[in-house]
Design a protein around this ligand. Structure first.
Ligand code: SF4
Length: 220
């Protein structure tokens, strides 16, 4: 039974990674090895879409590619650069306070320890884990609203959002032990392209034979 389960998890993980290799999106922060750039991207990505972040990220990095540069910009300038994302006032405050802490406490570098990351303004558990995984290649499970949504649909679980500790444990089982970045990027892109919240494209889905939602509802 345990073996069956882990084989199933393995198959799901491999399928998502294969799908990602063929259809995944190519955002610049996914292939940037500067932890500060990854941190900025992950902070911007909270409560908005990757497509929206793409509209502001290159111009923000052009003038604020280091913690020093970001810290020294005027608040108004940062807000104007990220206005298309909304919540620009609180986002700008968090970005600049984070930049100042990195400069003042850590000599302008991003530290990989969870405790360092989670204490930065506007950086919660997901963002800290994303930076550890994506920028430092530290195997970490990742759970946000979309990943929970996908797990619940596919596996028929009923995790109660990104705060549900059970969801983190479940992701650890499905995606571990290496927590391949491509799996998480794949799920993020898959929910945006195939497993849509309102009308999932189940007919095109390579996971439909194993999907709890699909088997309950049939082909749409
Ligand atoms: S079969 Fe449909 S609901 Fe299930 S994972 Fe695929 S797209 Fe999502």
């Amino acid at each position: 039974m345990l073996n069956q389960k882990s084989n199933f998890y393995k198959r799901v993980k491999e399928t998502i990674i294969e799908w990602f290799e063929e259809h995944g999106r190519d955002f610049p922060w996914r292939y940037d090895d500067d932890p500060f750039h990854v941190l900025v991207a992950e902070m911007l990505l909270r409560r908005t879409t990757a497509a929206a972040v793409m509209r502001v990220y290159p111009s923000l990095l052009k003038v604020a590619g280091t913690p020093e540069a970001l810290m020294n910009l005027s608040r108004r300038k940062v807000e104007s650069l990220i206005t298309p994302l909304g919540l620009q006032s609180v986002r700008a405050k968090h970005l600049q306070r984070t930049a100042a802490i990195l400069v003042e406490r850590y000599n302008g570098s991003v530290k990989s320890a969870s405790s360092n990351l989670e204490n930065l303004p506007g950086v919660g558990r997901y963002t800290a884990c994303a930076v550890r995984n994506f920028a430092f290649s530290i195997p970490e499970p990742l759970i946000d609203g979309n990943i929970v949504f996908f797990l619940n649909r596919l596996f028929g679980t009923d995790f109660d959002g990104a705060e549900d500790e059970g969801a983190w444990q479940f992701a650890d089982n499905v995606a571990g032990p290496d927590h391949d970045q491509r799996f998480y990027w794949g799920v993020i892109d898959f929910v945006s392209a195939i497993c849509l919240h309102k009308q999932p494209h189940c007919k095109q889905c390579p996971l439909r034979e194993n999907c709890s939602f699909f088997s309950e509802r049939g082909i749409r």
